[in-house]
Design a protein around this ligand. Sequence first.
Ligand code: PLP
Length: 419
Amino acid sequence: MIKKPFVTLDLVKNITEKYPTPFHIYDEKGIRENARNLKKAFSWNKGFKEYFAVKATPNPYIMQILKEEGIGADCSTIAELVLSEKVGLRGSDIMFSSNVTPKEDFIKASELGAIINFDDITHIDFFNQFLDMPDTVSCRYNPGGNFEINNQIMDTPSEAKYGFTRKQLTEGFLKLKSLGVKHFGIHAFLASNTIKNEYYPKLAEILFETAVELQKETGVHIKFINLSGGVGIPYRPEDEPSDIFVIGEGVREAFERILVPNGMGDVEIYTELGRYMLAPFGHLVSKLIHFKHTYKEYAGLDACAANLMRPAMYGAYHHITVLGKENEPCDHMYDVTGGLCENNDKFAINRMLPELEIGDYLVIHDTGAHGFSMGYNYNGKLRSSELLLRENGEVKLIRRAETLDDYFSTFDFSEFFKK
Ligand SMILES: *Cc1c(COP(=O)(O)O)cnc(C)c1O
């Protein structure tokens, strides 16, 4: 698949007259179309709902767009809960899937009426010490072992810190039932960034079978099954993108085969996608400010790993397009770097690109999720602005860039030498 940016050189030149690089920019049109397709793919399920994983792109303007598309919020911290509250989400529009949860976070989630998804059996008593159990509660399941699709290991749940064991799930449901809970949910997240269409259907099969067992063992009403996040996107041009309609159909097939014959055809399907909802619809736009010719050819950008951590942290591939040179041959090899004093601050290693010049604008693709949000301030590098390319072509500032004053705002300098 050819990876084409949603911005042009002319547009970026226009933008930089007002908002200098680096910046993250998001594509409203793409976000809305994708959200509508997800809903269409699961429209066979009456109660289907997507809860956007706020941690992927915690920006109220983005959350507002998703809210207009009928999407809720999946939160795991008090800050994410407050953001959701700010955009007017409440009650069953919020899923609280957190772990190692502090008391204050449970209190805030409870105040908003969010659906609580317990990560651990001990959290039931912890919660119940200071809060009343709501009518509807969910538990996160970890089946342990390896998670395989067609004999290929996708991930190792037994090494993951999340969720209840199978035995704890039964115990937990019985306990919650005795505490007055009426409706139950089951949640699991077993593999991340999976572009195989089989991921959700396989996960659904595991959860549907577990739901049938739990219903028989405990007699509770299972209201929903939450397939969580994990549907991936094609970061590399050669990756085969997943097909949300094939995925939705695969889940439907498992639903008809496992839940319906057991009288559980009223179960609602929920998702907590982050990456799939936003990653392709964000770019990090940066300017080439230095070359360096030593043992390798280095192209130095005004962005760094503080703006996009994934390459440094996971060795993740992010495609790069040089604006205005989309049709030129990629016949030069570069390491594309940022300016952190960390040798892993490289957006690309040995990447073939068109011949670069100082002042070129580079688009780093697929930064709309887990991009800005994983940013940090190492070396005192400041967080960039975030911009929104609206459907009508206008560009709106949806978060200003940090300033040095922001960076220093947690110090009290008054005790120090004054000029
Ligand atoms: C991170 C996360 C998600 C979203 O994951 P993606 O890979 O972005 O889809 C969903 N649910 C929970 C509980 C998460 O921690």
